[in-house]
Ligand binder design. Sequence first.
Ligand SMILES: Cc1cc2nc3c(=O)[nH]c(=O)nc-3n(C[C@H](O)[C@H](O)[C@H](O)COP(=O)(O)OP(=O)(O)OC[C@H]3O[C@@H](n4cnc5c(N)ncnc54)[C@H](O)[C@@H]3O)c2cc1C
Length: 494
Amino acid sequence: MDVVIAGAGPTGLMLAAELRLAGIDVVVVDALPARTGESRAGGIHARTMEIFDQRGLMDRLLPLGRPIQAGHFGGLRMEFGDFPTRFPFTLGIVQAVIERELEAHATELGATVRWSSPVVGIRQDDDGVEVEVGGPDGGVIRCSFLVGCDGGRSTVRKLAGIGFDGTDATMVGMLADVELAEPPAGTVFGQRRGSGDFSVIQFQPGWHRLMVQRYDRVLDRAHEPSFEDFRESFREVAGTDFGMHSPRWVSQYGDAARQADRYREGRVFLAGDAAHIHFPAGGQGLNLGVQDAVNLGWKLAAVVRGQAPGELLDSYEAERFPVAARVLQNTRAQTALSRPGAHVNALRETFTGLLDVDDVRFRIGLMITALDLEYDVKGDHPLTGRRVPDADLAVGGEATRIHRLLTAGRPVLLAFDDGVVPSVDGWADRVDRVQAQRGAERWTIPGVGDVPAPAAVLIRPDGYVAWATDEPDAEGLDEAMTTWFGPATVSAAC
Ligand SMILES: Cc1cc2nc3c(=O)[nH]c(=O)nc-3n(C[C@H](O)[C@H](O)[C@H](O)COP(=O)(O)OP(=O)(O)OC[C@H]3O[C@@H](n4cnc5c(N)ncnc54)[C@H](O)[C@@H]3O)c2cc1C
């Protein structure tokens, strides 16, 4: 087996699909007997939608969700409608639906998901990992790499001896999915009160998610809340229970913020909540995990296939660790902004004024949506290291757009007819060369502004730019292809 993935949550399923796209043998093992159908997350952001769109998944996910033209920071509303993306909104879509669709996508590509199969032990040597799997069909699976996508309490992380430092919970949040006899008006309703705040979100007609956050007590994992616990706590803060009944799910969460001290121990990697946990403010965790998976997938595949050197895998932690660290910081800030009291009220008022300033709104909104990411990629073109915009273009006279070129999960060298058309000789087995007619003279890059559309651009499978040029030559292209996709293949004729 090439790769074992522990955990069939959004991160593990996305990673499995990415590896299968690249033809890698993969099995996903999960401790649960079956998918629960429960949903912690209720929404995804623009960059994740772009990532899904790059693989053709938005065609199935968009009709299953509800676009909301805004997001928030610590509960303070921010408009996203003018963000430079094809998806300038938050998509309200429950985690269970995302998982169902990702599982279908991964299994259509040939991945296997084994339920009732917890990882209980690991042993690694220079050539591979022995993964001990419990459950009725348990046993040992030997693989080249193991990826722990097994959530915040990750067994893989513990077995690999990777530390998980950070800050403890300072509050408690509870949620319940219920029906309401007397629902408030609107699809989203929330208020701040004495000791906390509450919100009511209509997921579907007749089905509401209620959340209550309290700052006068702290999360106690030893005590699983009952529906009655939830109702009482909600009533204490909101003064009403909106006639809640028929609970489907009750759960609790806190604002502990922790990050794995490294994302790799030899042949074992961590991704998603296994690598980072934080308060669910702004709905960023699932997004982060899916983007970890898409960053790691093509790199792992290239190394498993023997095309790229093992050092390529070091770029996974180098690129993704700072992104999660930033999310931990912004969620801590959001918790601070959410506490009750006159001082925080004053801070919120100040912040509300700041968010009216477009530059501030863009800066914070682009961070929450992850549209502004810039990986440390060699090159001084303003596009290098940033996500390629989904610009319109035509290929062979047919109208299309850039993200459509990434569906197969392969690197793409995109060159425009009126510029240089560089060769990919030596990499033709793994880099697709596309010659196109540009649809726009300028591209808008979040956090940068408008730049001239380049003459040619080398796009990694995750949609980030490995190299770009405005000049009629291809200086630096071979070096970029070697760095990211491995050395050139020497043809037999040479
Ligand atoms: C109240 C709340 C609201 C949220 N809202 C949002 C939101 O709107 N947007 C957003 O982006 N994020 C949100 N999140 C965060 C999001 O739910 C998580 O970040 C996301 O589920 C992480 O996905 P994952 O695949 O990394 O881990 P998980 O979803 O935790 O999946 C881990 C999987 O690993 C399995 N597993 C565990 N142990 C083992 C083992 N030993 N062997 C094998 N399998 C194992 C588990 O059974 C599980 O299926 C929210 C979280 C909470 C608590």
